[in-house]
Design a protein around this ligand. Sequence first.
Ligand code: PMT
Length: 419
Amino acid sequence: MSIPSSALPVAATRVLLGIGGGIAAYKSAELVRRLRDGGADVRVVMTASAQQLVGEATFQALSGNPVRTSLWDAEAEAAMGHIELARWADQLLIAPATADLMARLAAGMADDLLTTLVLASKAPLWLAPAMNQQMWAHPATQVNLSKLRARGVSLLGPAVGDQACGDVGPGRMLEPGAIARAVLGACSDDVELAGLAGMPLLVSAGPTFEDIDPVRYLGNRSSGRMGYAIAEIAATAGAKVTLVSGPVSLATPAGVRRIDVRSALDMQAAVDAEVQGKVAFISAAAVADFRPALVSGSKIKKGDAELEVKLVRNPDILAELSQRADRPFLVGFAAETEDVEQHAREKLSSKRLDMIAANRVGMHGSGFESAENALTVYWNGGDAEIALADKRDVARQLLALMVRRIADRDGHNQRGVAS
Ligand code: PMT
């Protein structure tokens, strides 16, 4: 069985864009363009502070709709009341979301038009935070963030980098293209990935680094691209993705919550802490099987003698997880150079996995580091080929297979209970 590749189609959708009073509000003009380019109908609501920074007329011209700024504008209310506007929206997006706006949303306040609309709407809420890095790190903001996340709000960013205030750190608003892709992707009518909407998903990516001393480590050639592509496509289809990432130099995909780790032991701790409540875990990370028995606290001096580094086994994260009663659907990867099916099926059974995606590594242009990959996916009683393609396309096909397998399993369990 081979699944044809196709790009994510974008459905026309109604986006209510709230603009908060951050300097990044100038980027929201481009965001309106990007949303409209993606086929969305956009209506803009600006807070009082946003109006100090950017002009209403710009958003009116770009969205092609009147801009709303106040609950008390009788003329605007007569044209479309705020409750009607709240019901109109398929998606609520606030970009930039300032620290103050996030605090008011977390407290459930309705002290201006935008916060009132959020309370009055059932539509999914997306926030693209933008603020000074110190404000972002402040415990008050982080507590507000946890409250909003617990209510199912999706976070887009923030990105890390230079800030308008001269600081460097997390707090920059994501680029408009990435925000638009995430929001419109979630409304995609990609039926094969529809089952991912709202699904809590755990993905691991990248290598692990096993330290020998403060400057040396054992690593591998995983770039993280395969796992990041899975996280990106799943988030775009509306999954709530947590990404446990080894050391890589890739940007966090929009809408993905990322946890950085270094060693296999760190990765196991993060996976164990995050796995509860997840429907599936896709383990694309290349986890080191061994680590040095001892990590030297100071740089090992080179002498004339040979250096022997004793290695001990790392735990097998997937195999240990599969023993748990509350295990999610488990998808492993197998990096093989020969006898791919035999080795992959052995891992499927010894690690008690639900699916395993085997890539032939060592072949030029696929597997480690490259932009493309090809997989053969095995499960008990079946297999599927995913032909060489861009890793995002491969990720899409793998996720479609996973959604189908989970649906089959759930259908089977339900039939079992009923009979
Ligand atoms: O990151 P890229 O450059 O894009 O490359 C992608 C990739 C080739 C790294 C990826 O597609 C891949 O194959 N990842 C798994 C590589 C691997 O470690 O395979 P394995 O056969 O050693 O492990 C089998 C499975 O067990 C994997 O899902 C692995 O995450 C997991 N494992 C392995 C060892 C360990 N100690 N704990 C584990 O959970």
